[in-house]
Design a protein around this ligand. Structure first.
Ligand SMILES: CC(C)(COP(=O)(O)OP(=O)(O)OC[C@H]1O[C@@H](n2cnc3c(N)ncnc32)[C@H](O)[C@@H]1OP(=O)(O)O)[C@@H](O)C(=O)NCCC(=O)NCCS
Length: 216
């Protein structure tokens, strides 16, 4: 999508134009700043994103030895070079980053996408900021990207995230049993297929929010 491409190419001069404001009752509280090509030279930011992922591995379906080099490669290859993906830093009114929120599998034709990499990295600022950030991202998906349906997948024991998503209107639609596979030091939780006697310890919950039930 053109808008996503433009956001990723924004430079320091025009980045503000491409930020999504986080306001509440008319008060500006922060913003969603897109990760751009320029971010690849911002080592402080890459180190921060790396630390945040290191501190929250248990909430994701892939667990691995997170490194600054690996994070930079991920931002470059998986986020910036993908037309169907975008990541935003969540910042408070002083532009202090507190976390990130993103979208993946953005499908312009079938009008759906997935919430991706929703993560609070710093708990010292902007209480309530992640819920507001997710709410503004939803608004943007429906009003700017013209999406019809937003999906997300979350580990079923992640009650804090599930409660936040329910408060935003997401509904549970599927529960998938998972099993872990370890390869080259990477643990990946994958769907259990054709293993009727496998003792399942983890489940992946899929949730959905349709434009039809989203408050106008
Ligand atoms: C899921 C996650 C992003 C939610 O973040 P969060 O910090 O709970 O969400 P918010 O920023 O909306 O803050 C909520 C807190 O602010 C408080 N709050 C909400 N509005 C507020 C306001 N206007 N004023 C003051 N406090 C407020 C809430 O009571 C809650 O307080 P608590 O932390 O004491 O419970 C976070 O828990 C996280 O990053 N988890 C690890 C990664 C993860 O699980 N990601 C999702 C994978 S699918």
């Amino acid at each position: 999508m053109e808008i996503i491409k433009k956001m990723k190419e924004a430079n320091a001069e025009d980045i503000t134009t491409y930020c999504i404001p986080i306001d509440f009752q008319g008060k500006k509280l922060g913003r969603l700043r897109p990760i751009t090509v320029d971010s690849l030279t911002n080592n402080t930011e890459i180190e921060m994103i790396t630390k945040w992922r290191q501190n929250n591995q248990q909430f994701f379906t892939t667990q691995f030895n997170v490194s600054v080099k690996g994070t930079k490669k991920w931002l470059e290859n998986a986020i910036l070079q993908s037309n169907g993906r975008i990541l935003f830093m969540v910042e408070n009114e002083e532009q202090i980053p507190i976390g990130h929120v993103g979208l993946c599998e953005i499908d312009d034709k079938n009008k759906y996408c997935l919430f991706d990499n929703i993560l609070r990295g710093d708990t010292n600022y902007f209480k309530g900021g992640m819920k507001l950030a997710c709410s503004k991202l939803l608004d943007w998906c429906f009003r700017v990207l013209d999406m019809e349906t937003i999906y997300l997948q979350v580990l079923s024991d992640n009650s804090r995230a599930i409660n936040l998503y329910k408060e935003l209107g997401f509904q549970e639609i599927q529960l998938m049993p998972l099993m872990n596979q370890i390869k080259d030091g990477v643990t990946i939780w994958v769907p259990v297929i054709n293993q009727p006697y496998y003792e399942v310890k983890k489940y992946l919950l899929t949730m959905r929010l349709s434009r039809s039930i989203y408050p106008k």
